[in-house]
Design a protein around this ligand. Structure first.
Ligand code: E4P
Length: 218
């Protein structure tokens, strides 16, 4: 499973790109707004740092306008993936961009039927929003399972990008459900490393090792 960071925070991206574990980045209009930075400059800076796919979202509502915006965003860098809302106009734009071999990430997916339509429109990625479904008392993870079944039934190449991740449990469950990608806020990515028994075990090893008086490097 690939791991993307769901952020436009350059400090976090620099910190975690060093791990070698980050395969790509997703952004959305809210993330850009909260960053307080210019969209195009921010996407350019992220693409210079992360060589994998970097999703940048269109703002338009009509297919023609989305396609025009997509061309502007793609001119920023080769690894820009065009993020498009799951609307009838969005899927028209998705099909047109796919026909030109421009990678797309169809976003705001909340049902298996929507995911089916996105795959038929040639989406490179589908982004089901787990956390927002959970917020409504629904089971976001069930949606990932359903989409996995449907895509496997028909051999769709569209990759399932589990989004709206709120916990480390969501990451594990996405991996178990067969999501191709999970996009994670930086603070949740950092939590993936940790377990209290790791910390406790390491403290004991360090204490015992110090007691031996030995040194591996002479
Ligand atoms: C990423 O592609 C999505 O836009 C993002 O994960 C949405 O997360 P949120 O529901 O926490 O805003």
């Amino acid at each position: 499973m690939q791991i993307f960071l769901d952020t436009a925070d350059m400090d976090a991206l620099k910190k975690f790109s060093r791990t070698g574990l980050i395969d790509g980045v997703t952004t959305n209009p809210s993330i850009i707004a909260h960053s307080g930075r210019d969209l195009k400059k921010t996407i350019g800076a992220i693409c210079a740092l992360i060589k994998g796919p970097v999703s940048a979202e269109v703002a338009a509502c009509t297919a023609d306008h989305m396609i025009h915006e997509a061309k502007v965003l793609r001119a920023i860098a080769e690894n820009v993936v065009i993020k498009i809302p799951l609307t009838p106009e969005g899927l028209l734009a998705c099909a047109a961009l796919s026909a030109e071999n421009i990678e797309t990430n169809v976003t705001l997916c909340f049902s298996a039927n929507q995911a089916l339509l996105a795959a038929k429109a040639g989406a490179t990625y589908i982004s089901p929003f787990i956390g927002r479904l959970d917020d409504l008392g629904q089971d976001g993870m069930e949606l990932i399972h359903d989409i996995r079944d449907i895509y496997d039934n028909y051999g769709f190449a569209t990759q399932i990008l589990a989004a709206s991740i709120r916990s480390t449990a969501h990451v594990k469950q996405s991996a178990m459900a067969g999501a191709d990608v999970v996009t994670i806020p930086p603070k949740i990515f950092e939590q993936l490393y940790h377990h209290p028994l790791t910390d406790k075990g390491l403290a004991a090893f360090e204490k015992d090792w110090a007691g031996t008086g030995q040194s591996i490097i002479e």
